[in-house]
Design a protein around this ligand. Structure first.
Ligand code: FES
Length: 88
């Protein structure tokens, strides 16, 4: 069963499509544009709060300056590991 992706600010709830390689491309496909510069998890420009759920990120260098316990993720390199709610 596909995970459910909720874009809280946009009021959209959509099933994850495993053909996408990351949440940024998936958000854009759903009409939600994100800032991005590197698209490889390094610059941090795309970071967004994960309000619930879990994601996997192969790279998270772009979050190095976040304080401990932060809830930010990098959509350009993140894929969902559960149902998630994003602050987007
Ligand atoms: S676009 Fe650079 S970390 Fe996502």
């Amino acid at each position: 069963m596909a995970y459910t992706i909720e874009f809280k600010k946009s009021g959209k709830v959509v099933p994850w499509d495993e053909h996408f390689e990351n949440l940024m491309d998936f958000a854009e496909e759903n009409g939600i544009a994100l800032e991005n510069e590197c698209h490889v998890g390094v610059c941090g420009s795309c970071k967004v709060a994960l309000l619930s759920g879990e994601v996997f990120m192969e790279v998270d260098d772009g979050l190095d300056e976040e304080p401990p316990g932060h809830n930010k993720i990098l959509p350009c390199v993140a894929i969902p590991k559960s149902d998630i709610v994003l602050d987007l």
